[in-house]
Every structure is written in structure tokens, then in C-alpha cells.
Design a protein around this ligand. Structure first.
Ligand SMILES: Nc1ncnc2c1ncn2[C@@H]1O[C@H](COP(=O)(O)OP(=O)(O)OP(=O)(O)O)[C@@H](O)[C@H]1O
Ligand SMILES: [Mg+2]
Length: 224
């Protein structure tokens, strides 16, 4: 039997409390199991980022229930069993790229030298060696995006949520990032949910969830 990492029923997220709130997610019911690889697709503004943030416990639903049966309490998910590679800028400005990438391991109590070595390996795999000692403001958007992915891979999470991880990359850099990402998740059995408009990325993920009119269509749930 597969471990259920996330179980959600009837999730809804509205923004604003005036007369006309924006409904970002109208209804999402799903399970994510250990090792699931899911492409989350849907038009711009359809609620993908909003949903990922609720799954990561960065945000709370306006209605509905979400739990993380095999992962623990919401407050213990990050850094820890869940990692999120954000759609937008997310590196901490005062830290170098290498320090940003090492941070999840340091927060988890890994020795500094061990964390630095693991961060360096990911930095090299993602083609960031030249900018490892630079600050976030000194690097390109695509480099920052790859650094965000390196940081997500760092803490050996059980679930990685990646929000448009190739959105700012050219085709070669996107292919490189995908190779690194899939090598890691396949080796570790990590579950993966990727919000993406990138067909090449979606093609590499066996499950497809679609946001349609802000309602999540999953088709498949955990393998029985
Ligand atoms: N903090 C917020 N306050 C108000 N409205 C928001 C907020 N965040 C998102 N929204 C709205 O919720 C809806 C869904 O946004 P979301 O970012 O989840 O879409 P998305 O599917 O990730 O889009 P994209 O493909 O462009 O990244 C949009 O109408 C957006 O304007
Ligand atoms: Mg988004």
C-alpha cells in the first residue's frame, strides 16, 4: 500500500473580503501518494500557484480540509518533508547562492561542511558554479530559478512542489534542469507535483491534473 502524503477534500481559496472576492480555487479534492509524479496544468490565473501554496501549508484554504497523513503537522512541513520551488523570486537577499541552497540542510541540523558540500554538488549539476558566491540581486532570473530548484532538492524532501520551474529557462537549460530533477526524485522515490505550461516537462510526468474553471480535475489518485 502506498503512503498517503497529502489528502485534501473540497479545498476552496478566495482572496479579498469585499463584496466580490476573487475565487482562486473553487474545489480541489485529491490525494498525493509516495512517489507520485504529477503535472498540474491549466491556464494562467487558474489557481495552480494558490493550490501549491496550500499543499505546502504556506497558505490556508478558505474552506475544505487538508492533511498530511504520512508527513506530519502543517508547521513541521518546511523545511522538512515538503519543499517548494517558487514561481517567483524566493532567494534570501543577504545570502549568497551557495548559502541559500545550503539553508534547508543547515536548518535541519546538518553539519556546515556536509551541507556546503551537498549544496556545491547541486550547484554544479544545475550549472550555477560561476554564480555560487554571488548575491541573488547579482544573478539572472533563470539562474535564480535554478538556485530555487537546487534549494528544493537540498533537504531530501518526500514531496517536491515545483511551480513553473522552467518558466524562465531556454530549452537547453530547461532540459538540464529536468534531467537533474528527475534523476534526484527517481533515485530517492520523492513525490513531485509540477505546475507547468512546458509541454516537454508535462510529457515526463505520468499523471496529469488540470485546473478547469478553478476546479481541480485529477483523473487518477494514489495507485492502489
Ligand atoms: N494574494 C492574492 N490576492 C488576490 N488575488 C490573488 C492572490 N493570489 C492569486 N490571486 C488570484 O487568484 C487567481 C489564481 O492565481 P494563481 O496565481 O493561483 O494562478 P496560476 O494558475 O498559478 O497562474 P499562472 O499560470 O499565471 O502562474 C488569479 O485570479 C489571481 O489573480
Ligand atoms: Mg502560478
Amino acid at each position: 500500500m502506498n503512503d498517503v502524503l497529502v489528502r485534501a477534500k473540497g479545498l476552496r481559496r478566495e482572496f479579498g473580503n469585499g463584496q466580490r472576492p476573487v475565487v482562486a480555487v473553487a474545489d480541489a479534492t485529491f490525494e498525493i501518494c509516495a512517489g507520485d509524479r504529477i503535472a498540474l496544468v491549466g491556464p494562467s490565473g487558474s489557481g495552480k500557484t494558490s493550490l501549491l501554496h496550500i499543499i505546502a501549508a504556506l497558505d490556508q484554504p478558505s474552506a475544505g480540509v487538508i492533511e498530511w497523513p504520512a508527513l506530519g503537522r502543517a508547521e513541521d512541513l518546511r523545511p522538512g518533508p515538503v519543499a517548494l520551488a517558487f514561481q517567483g523570486p524566493s532567494l534570501l537577499p543577504p545570502l549568497t547562492v551557495a548559502e541559500n541552497v545550503a539553508l534547508p540542510a543547515l536548518l535541519a541540523g546538518t553539519a556546515e561542511a556536509t551541507a556546503a558540500a551537498a549544496a556545491q554538488a547541486l550547484i554544479e549539476q544545475l550549472g550555477l558554479a560561476e554564480v555560487a558566491s554571488k548575491l541573488p540581486e547579482e544573478i539572472s532570473g533563470g539562474q535564480a530559478q535554478r538556485a530555487g530548484m537546487a534549494r528544493a532538492l537540498m533537504g531530501e524532501p518526500r514531496l517536491i512542489l515545483a511551480d513553473e520551474p522552467t518558466g524562465q529557462l531556454d530549452r537547453a537549460a530547461a532540459a538540464g534542469l529536468m534531467d537533474v530533477l528527475f534523476r534526484h526524485v527517481e533515485a530517492a522515490g520523492t513525490a513531485l507535483v509540477v505546475a507547468t505550461h512546458d509541454q516537454a516537462m508535462a510529457d515526463r510526468l505520468p499523471l496529469r491534473w488540470t485546473m478547469t474553471e478553478r476546479i481541480l480535475q485529477t483523473g487518477t489518485s494514489c495507485t492502489l
